[in-house]
Design a binder for this molecule. Structure first.
Ligand code: HSE
Length: 347
């Protein structure tokens, strides 16, 4: 049993700040769930922060190599986002014997085989609950709660920003630009909101969920992707008034006889359908398992504390295994790189 688990927080934006806040506020609960104290030894950020903000004992750096090279660090919590330098830092950290918690859907969906292959080879864990669905534990549901199923279909609203924009436009006639500005101010949007608006963020998340369901990497390149930028206010008013429906950006992955079909696009959802009542930054996903049937999850898909809640959950489960010496004995995600996903083709 380890007497203390030491972590490094990489990134101090919306989610990094929220995670540090929760770690402090829930200190006693975290310690009792982990079975040992969890110390934040390092904070990596673009600029050094006042000690009053991060805590007196926390070392600060702007160079990710400092945390990767510190032999005392057990786990790096990667919250910097984007593909680089996040990918290199994760890979180097795994090689240096660290476990990883990450909220980074971009890096996971693109480098799935490299990251999980390396983690498996080095007996390290990579947890990523916050990468999909914000505060909604969709990853754990698929990977653990529904492990006794073959998942046939995943369908849902996986992007909080576009759902917020569509809700405000449809319910309050708010102009698109104002709704987007509000979503950015609330911390829902990506650093480059094009990723939200064009459906790329939802496609990355769908790629992660489908990869978990299929047990083999399904790249976001296989997701047919259309965003909401071509929708007009007048179209949406007509849809609401004449068709008694609302527009939602849905992400759908289906396992068919021909292989997996994956798509993200604006969809007309009848007002009576549960997805029609998923408003603002909320996400919802319906998972269909061959044994369990339909399972639906709903909650806040973006924002500081909901996303930090998922990061803290990963920190707790991972640090508990580090404390008791079992972390990495078994992989969290199995990754047979020789196997390829079967994607349905229509040509
Ligand atoms: N930009 C993302 C969203 C953040 O709006 O859903 C959470 O992944």
């Amino acid at each position: 049993m380890k007497s203390k688990v030491r972590i490094a927080l990489a990134g101090f934006g919306v989610v990094g700040g929220g995670t540090l806040q929760l770690l402090r506020e829930h200190k006693a609960d975290v310690e009792s769930r982990v079975g040992a104290p969890v110390e934040v030894k390092w904070l990596l950020s673009r600029k050094k922060k006042p000690a009053s903000l991060v805590g007196a004992g926390v070392r600060q750096t702007t160079n990710w190599r400092d945390i990767v090279n510190d032999p005392e660090v057990d786990c790096i919590v990667e919250l910097i986002g984007g593909t680089e330098p996040a990918r290199t830092m994760i890979v180097e950290a795994l090689r240096a014997g660290k476990h990883i918690v990450t909220a980074n859907k971009a890096v996971l969906s693109k480098h799935w085989n490299e990251i999980f292959g390396l983690a498996q080879a080095r007996h390290k864990l990579v947890y990523f609950e916050a990468a999909v669905g914000g505060g909604v534990p969709i990853g754990q549901a698929l990977n653990e709660g529904l492990a006794g199923n073959r998942i046939r279909k995943i369908a849902g609203i996986l992007n909080g920003t576009t759902n917020y924009i569509l809700t405000r436009m449809q319910e309050e006639d708010l102009p698109y630009a104002t709704a987007l500005k509000e979503a950015r101010k609330a911390g829902f949007a990506e650093a480059d909101p094009t990723f939200d608006i064009e459906g790329i963020d939802a496609a990355q998340k769908l790629s992660i969920l489908a990869s978990l369901a299929a047990g083999v990497w399904i790249s976001p390149e296989h997701v047919h992707c259309e965003g909401i930028s071509r929708l007009h206010d007048t179209d949406m008013r007509l849809i609401q008034d004449r068709l008694r429906s609302v527009v939602k950006l849905l992400a759908i992955a289906e396992s068919t006889e021909k292989g997996w079909i994956l798509r993200v696009h604006p969809t007309l959802v009848p007002r009576k359908h549960p997805f029609a009542n998923v408003r603002n930054e909320f996400n919802a996903v319906s998972l269909h398992g061959n044994a369990a049937g339909d399972v639906m999850l709903y909650g806040k898909g973006a924002g500081r504390l909901p996303t930090s809640s998922a990061v803290l959950s990963d920190i707790i489960f991972l640090c508990r295994q580090i404390a008791n010496g079992t972390a990495g004995e078994l992989p969290y995600v199995t990754c047979p790189p020789h196997r390829k996903a079967i994607i349905a083709r229509f040509d």
